[in-house]
Design a protein around this ligand. Structure first.
Ligand SMILES: [Zn+2]
Length: 751
């Protein structure tokens, strides 16, 4: 059998030829009325009355053949023809004919007339390598046998009688005469009216066999591998599939200009998980192969930032962070790697939700460090990712920046599961174990009664909702060129990702109704400058989104949330010293999150220009004020983007303060850093460049390496040092006598 892949409505998406080189479609269900009437009238008028052989026509055929001197007419019934096909179409001899008759009688004994007719329609030759009515109607008319016209039925009824003689495309006159004769006879029997007859006679004959549709070649390949020789009715929406193909191919033309040769997309219905469109790769007719046969949807590719929303959701659920809690965004080295933000800048401190929407890398790594790669890996596996097969320490913190691989199939499937969980919770106030499942390509036969349970769900409705809100509401940074064009995405939670080396561009978006996943890049893994999620994948996503429409937005799962008072400035749970607070909805575990660490009451003189205490001024002259104080390194970068940030006033002359608020902090190195010193392009060892943040940069600071004076800096507190391999201590002292220390080691200089 050929492998046949159909859309949900029964239209043909694609097919693969059977192993014997024949187009023979499986799963043929019902002989259409028009074909049955035409066939029986042409071949076997007494089909329903004879026992498998028709004595009258047998005798007539014998007389005819004797006169002709050779076997020209078989006097065959449909049943005998089925017997003949089943015996392998042997040459027509008298003994063979007699065997055929016995075979036909036996068939009639054990099978119904309808079943025999079906066997005939499924196996009759229709010229060339086309076998069976279903393959014939697709090849000759481009549609299913259920949809054929009277003229097509008549032509197809004539064909098996002598397929070689009336092969469509040749011998058109003979075919036309036979078809028209048959149509006349059908009309005389009043199967249709005279207008239908006129129109039918006017219809063109089937021509050369048409190529079969190629609407989802990678999906057809998938079923050719896994369901060979079967007819598969998929969940694909033929219309959506076709339009998705067009959108992918239109964008592919632009992408190809930048040597980005492949793109793919998948659209999933959230409610059922059914796949509506499956474009495994672009299919433009430009020169070159470009690996277009590769089914990208199932290829393992590096994640880039595309998993950050799952981490954010997990940390909301566990109460590790509140939605807008400030996360440090400063130069940071982690064992083995030092992440950089896409724009190579630092914002000092940024709300977690903005860090997610802007896809900042350093805050993401800091968040994963707090959550731990083990817990994150466990969460990824529970939500439905199966490609993370190594232990957590193999991936480490780089897991959040693309250290692992996923497929577009699973990524989109997980988003569909999360949206389904949120929708279900809003409808039933319950969690259902069955809501987490991979996308479906074939509908489930019966409606599965959801197994309701209330524990052990990987992500709660509130954590999913808060994540989607962050992915929907927060404006995109200007650095991500073009984001403003996508502002029509009012009811879409979306995220892009770019893998290391510009190899993979991802974009995924969800509404309450569907999930769209997009990938662009090169199937062979070649990176291209400009290949980013925003520039290459997001424009495709948004064209697909406007095709599908964004009608609704997720309701908030109020029952699963709790109101928490947070510090307006820090986004942490409000402490008693926080001057401005607001109530926000969070996950229930948000109650367990940390209180604001950044507000401290300090004592100031009347002018608010210096810190004082009761030892140096009278009590009446002291103003107590709650101050927003970031650690020096965060402050150093935060101030550059937040002019409203008020730096802590210095200690007033002649005073000393009780509270130890650090005025300096090492930006680099930090304690425990192990430094590997590479050589530069000229072969010289590069130097280590330590940097310190001071709340008041105009203060002089004095640097000491291993207790020996090394340098003095002012304004820019940065030096270059060249140190031998081994352990070192860097000490800095400012002009007020404040000091900090940092131990680091230099390991194995390269030769
Ligand atoms: Zn606060």
């Amino acid at each position: 059998m050929s492998t046949v892949v159909e859309a949900k409505d029964g239209s043909l998406l694609g097919a693969r030829i059977a192993d014997d080189g024949q187009w023979r479609f499986p799963g043929f269900e019902k002989v259409p009325q028009k074909f049955e009437k035409s066939l029986l009238l042409f071949e076997d008028k007494y089909f329903y009355w004879h026992p498998g052989i028709n004595p009258v026509s047998v005798i007539r055929a014998i007389i005819y053949n004797i006169k002709a001197g050779e076997i020209k007419s078989g006097g065959s019934t449909i049943t005998m023809q089925v017997a003949r096909i089943s015996r392998g179409n042997r040459p027509r001899t008298y003994p063979e004919k007699i065997l055929e008759m016995f075979s036909a009688l036996k068939l009639e004994l054990f099978r119904s007339k309808k079943a025999i007719l079906k066997m005939y329609a499924a196996n009759a030759p229709f010229g060339g390598n086309i076998v069976g009515l279903e393959a014939a109607t697709w090849r000759y008319t481009g549609k299913s046998s259920a949809d054929i016209t009277w003229a097509e039925a008549a032509a197809l009824a004539v064909l098996p009688n002598s397929p070689s003689l009336v092969f469509p495309g040749k011998n058109q006159e003979i075919l036309k005469t036979r078809r028209d004769d048959l149509l006349m006879k059908l009309f005389e029997r009043e199967y249709f009216d005279s207008i239908t007859l006129v129109l039918a006679l006017d219809e063109p004959l089937p021509g050369e066999p048409e190529p079969l549709p190629v609407k989802a070649p990678h999906l057809t390949d998938f079923f050719f591998k896994n369901n060979k020789g079967e007819m598969v009715r998929t969940t694909i929406d033929a219309d959506v599939q076709e339009r998705a193909n067009e959108i992918i191919n239109a964008h592919q033309k632009n992408l190809s200009g930048n040597f980005i040769n492949n793109s793919a997309c998948i659209i999933i219905k959230v409610e059922t998980g059914e796949v509506l469109a499956y474009v495994g790769n672009s299919n433009t007719d430009d020169a070159g192969d470009h690996g277009r046969d590769v089914d990208i949807i199932r290829s393992h590719r590096s994640t880039g930032s595309i998993l950050k929303p799952i981490l954010y959701a997990g940390m909301q659920q566990s109460g590790d962070i509140l939605p807008d809690a400030l996360i440090a965004d400063i130069p940071t080295r982690f064992p083995g790697f030092s992440p950089k933000n896409f724009d190579l800048g630092y914002s000092g401190a940024v709300p977690a939700s903005s860090a997610l929407a802007q896809s900042l890398n350093i805050p993401a790594v800091k968040m994963l460090q707090k959550f731990s790669p083990e817990r994150f890996l466990d969460l990824l596996q529970k939500t439905g990712f199966t490609t993370f097969i190594k232990p957590a320490d193999y991936y480490g913190l780089s897991l959040i920046l693309g250290g692992g691989e996923i497929t577009l199939w699973e990524l989109s499937g997980v988003y569909a599961s999360l949206s389904r969980v949120l929708n279900r919770y809003n409808k039933m106030k319950k969690y259902c174990k069955d809501d987490y499942h991979p996308p479906l390509l074939v509908s489930r036969n019966e409606a599965v009664m959801p197994e309701i349970e209330n524990s052990d769900y990987p992500l709660s409705a509130s954590s999913i909702w808060l994540t989607y809100e962050a992915l929907n509401k927060v404006n995109r940074p200007e650095g991500e060129a073009g984001w403003q064009y996508f502002s029509a995405s009012s009811n879409l939670a979306w995220k892009t990702g770019t893998s290391f080396g510009f190899r993979d561009a991802w974009a995924v978006g969800t509404t309450p109704e569907y999930v769209i996943g997009v990938w662009a890049g090169n199937a062979d893994g070649e990176g291209r400058p400009g290949l980013t999620g925003i520039s290459a994948a997001a424009p495709i996503l948004f064209d697909l989104v406007s095709m599908m429409g964004t009608r609704t937005w997720f309701a908030d799962p109020a029952n699963d949330m709790t109101m928490i008072k947070v510090c307006t400035q820090s986004g942490y749970r409000a402490a008693t010293d926080c001057p401005m607070t607001k109530d926000i909805p969070t996950c229930v575990n948000g109650m367990r999150s940390e209180v604001c660490p950044y507000h401290t009451v300090i004592h100031l003189n009347k002018n608010r220009t210096g810190q004082v205490n009761a030892d140096c001024v009278t009590a009446d002259d002291i103003i107590n004020e709650s101050w927003f104080i970031l650690p020096p390194a965060m402050e150093y970068f935060y101030r550059q983007k937040h002019p409203e940030y008020k730096v802590l006033p210095p200690v007033a002359p002649g005073c000393s303060v009780d509270k130890e608020i650090p005025v300096m902090e090492f930006i680099y190195p930090t304690s425990g850093t192990k430094i590997f010193i590479p050589r530069d392009q000229t072969g010289l060892l590069t130097r280590v460049i330590p940097e310190v943040a001071h709340r008041n940069p105009s203060k002089k600071i004095y640097w000491h390496l291993d207790e020996k004076y090394y340098a003095t800096t002012r304004y820019i507190h940065q030096i270059e040092i060249l140190a031998d391999a081994g352990d070192h201590v860097l000490t800095v002292v400012d002009e007020d006598g404040n000091s900090i220390k940092c131990s680091f080691s230099i390991i194995g200089k390269p030769d």
